[in-house]
Design a protein around this ligand. Sequence first.
Ligand code: NAD
Length: 315
Amino acid sequence: MSDRSDGATTTVAAVGVSGTEPATSGPRLLAGSPIAAEIRARLTEDFAAFKERWGQTPTLAVVLVGADAPSAVYLQQILRTCQKVGVDGRLVEIGAEVTPEALCTEIESLNADPSVAGIIVQMPLPSHIPLRTVIDSIDPAKDIDGIHPRNAGLLSLGYDGFLPATAQASVEILKRSGIEIAGKRVVVIGRSNVVGKPAALLLIREHGTVTVLHSKTRDLGHHTRDAEILIVAAGRPGLVTGEMLSPGAVVVDVGINVVPDGAGGEKLVGDVDFESAKGVVSAITPVPGGVGPLTNALLLSHLLRAATDQAEARR
Ligand code: NAD
């Protein structure tokens, strides 16, 4: 096999919002930020119209259990996005020692609060808290990140429910970039309930021919080299290298990993070794700036839908 890392010097050309402009050389960079900005601009108008019609500003409640630093950074980003589109973001900080019962009581009070339209619970939770109990306690009508069994069930049946925002973002970035999914050989690495599994279901809905790989899969490269579209959501920096990719493949890198930057600091990287991949693929999402920004914008579009449904149901 030829050395596919020889394209490392190829320039990477950014594409516009539609993602359909051809790059002059190198792969197309599928940037999520401009798409997210477009969605946020629309949401800002829609939330203003909501306020006008219903006389209230919807609240997104973000539950953080324990002061986990990476979670806190992620949550600050969501709260900033809330501010940008004119939504009230409420950070509900709960001590790491909370009992499962007390945490569920807190979530139930958010369920009952008419000003709260959506609830997200930041993962991971402390190990003494059973995940299932917490997930089950969220009102499915306020479960805007689609983790409740009702929404997960709706997704698996192909019905309309709240979708897990990251999984949706990984598919939406392809669609909004004009990349055809129907009939393609699509490989997903990762089978978590929040990313890999729902992404695979959404890709089936888009008529892709989907294979799911995971930590027990033998010979990852054998499968990834067959992919016309590869979605990587493993949380393992450098897991996928250029020689594991088919020439011309489209790659969506969902991974977010903090690694040393070689100069005493830290940097964010995905699960794909960008340097070796960029000479092989036809299009790839950057990390940061790919799936991440789109996730938050989609989450707030779910909040608008939840707020509207709840306001109409109360009428
Ligand atoms: P997870 O740890 O719950 O699941 C990881 C999955 O990858 C598992 O199904 C596992 O089987 C698989 N996996 C792990 N190592 C593997 C290997 N060596 N080979 C093949 N499969 C392997 O993680 P998650 O919550 O699904 O998140 C995945 C990644 O996506 C993480 O890097 C996370 O930070 C990132 N993430 C990004 C966003 C975003 O907005 N971009 C949001 C959430 C999560």
